[in-house]
Ligand binder design. Structure first.
Ligand code: FAD
Length: 400
């Protein structure tokens, strides 16, 4: 096959953007073609190459690996999470151990504060938040539970994200902290969103101010990109960056395809585009070692144009005389970050999902193919399980 595809071969090593031959000359020499070098695609690439002995072509249209977890140093040498802060946390020993083959871990417990008016309080809402907002001095979980039962009476039927949020924290805290931030994130009021948009919303009765409570909470010591470089460093894996999957010809693809891009794009948006919200990032390096007291400070108020400020050094643990912060501005256009879970959009997704189920020799994986926000560990767990199922199929005589 002489299909010409603009692409950059990745040389595994410290540099990620390696100028290289701009041509793929047919990938029939590969058994498996994978679209997308994020967690879903890269975990599957490693498993197919290492465990199944397959030759894998991994393409990504971006000029880097690691998907949205991509991090890289800025001009000051401070490592920045380019697509928003990515904090690793999991309850899965298997996922933690599997990724641990490609990185050392730095223990890190993430903390998020929310600023409303002149008050800065812990998020998720906990006893400290309740005391600060309501001018109380509750010392025990029992006191906080009684108080919460008073301000958050039962909601008889959960039909929307608003119902689920009000059930968790009551109307007052919902209006102060959740309604504005949800409207900013999705561009829609929570009363128009599916209850799944409220997952993770909670009010704690203790004073635990960590964002996550998983058993394993840690960051890759040398960053995500380095972890991915090691994961993809296998003789059975070829990586082509700057290469759009949709530009590959039939003869460029292996017998099996794994697609981790947007599901509607795979089918040419034939039923219409699935809506996403995005973010615009404004990075800024400051001449001081620290800017704010936590890795993330959220701004729920709708008259503040950014939704949060990230200070990267909290996440990376880097020691540096300067610091880089990122303002995040919710936007309609840009990379597809947050699926908008309205009942209509979920119904539209199900139509695409039905097409995907009938597509021969193509496996759909990852958050874009599933049109749902998913944490990194769940995507890794899904990829490992998927490989386990496919491995048996591939091992059948004459399968490939
Ligand atoms: P992605 O990382 O999005 O990778 C998909 C890849 O496919 C992309 O690189 C894309 O360029 C490529 N692609 C798409 N279409 C094509 C095409 N046609 N041709 C070639 N390549 C294509 N999770 C956590 O656990 N903790 C966090 O703190 C966290 N923070 C997040 C913050 C933000 C702002 C966002 C948006 C997500 C966050 N996540 C977090 C979720 C995390 O990003 C995902 O779980 C993870 O990225 C999913 O991996 P993936 O491989 O499915 O998708």
């Amino acid at each position: 096959c002489l299909n010409r595809v603009s692409g950059t071969r990745l040389a595994i090593g410290p540099a990620v953007n390696v100028p290289a031959p701009p041509t793929l000359r047919g990938a029939r020499k590969h058994d498996v073609t994978i679209c997308g070098a994020g967690f879903a695609g890269s975990v599957l690439a490693r498993q197919f190459a290492e465990e199944s002995g397959k030759r894998v072509l991994l393409v990504d249209r971006r000029d880097h690996i690691a998907g949205n977890a991509f991090d890289s140093p800025d001009e000051a040498g401070i490592r920045v999470h380019r697509y928003g802060p990515h904090v690793f946390h999991t309850d899965s020993d298997e996922v933690f151990a599997w990724l641990g083959r490609f990185t050392e871990w730095r223990p890190y417990e993430h903390r998020v504060m929310a600023r409303v008016g002149d008050m800065t309080v812990p998020m998720p809402i906990n006893r400290t938040t309740l005391n600060a907002v309501h001018g109380l001095d509750m010392r025990t979980e029992a006191e906080a539970r009684t108080f919460l039962a008073r301000i958050a009476p039962p909601v008889p039927e959960i039909r929307t994200a608003r119902d689920a949020m009000v059930k968790a924290v009551g109307t007052d805290l919902y209006e102060r902290f959740l309604q504005g931030s949800s409207r900013k994130r999705w561009g829609l009021d929570p009363s128009l969103l599916d209850p799944s948009a409220a997952s993770g919303v909670t009010a704690r009765t203790d004073a635990d101010d960590r964002r996550f409570t998983d058993r394993h909470q840690a960051m890759p010591r040398d960053g995500y990109t380095r972890m991915f470089e090691r994961m993809l460093d296998h003789p059975g894996i070829e990586v082509a960056l700057g290469t759009d999957f949709h530009d590959l010809g039939a003869a460029d693809t292996g017998r099996l395809t794994v697609y981790t891009g947007p599901i509607d794009a795979y089918f040419g948006h034939r039923f219409g585009a699935l809506p996403y919200r995005s973010l615009r990032f404004r990075h800024e390096t400051l001449d001081r070692p620290q800017f704010q007291q936590a890795g993330v400070v959220a701004f729920p108020a709708e008259d503040v144009p950014w939704s949060r400020i990230v200070e990267h050094k909290h996440l990376t643990g880097q020691i540096h005389a300067r610091t880089t912060i990122t303002h995040e501005y919710p936007a309609d256009d840009g990379d597809p970050f947050y699926p908008v879970p309205t009942p209509e959009n979920l119904a539209l997704f199900r139509r695409y999902d039905a097409l995907a189920a009938a597509e021969p020799d193509v496996i759909f994986a990852g958050r874009l193919a599933g049109y749902r926000w998913c944490s990194m560990d769940r995507v890794v767990a899904q990829a490992l399980a998927l490989h386990g199922r496919l491995d048996q199929r591939l091992a059948a005589p004459g399968a490939m």
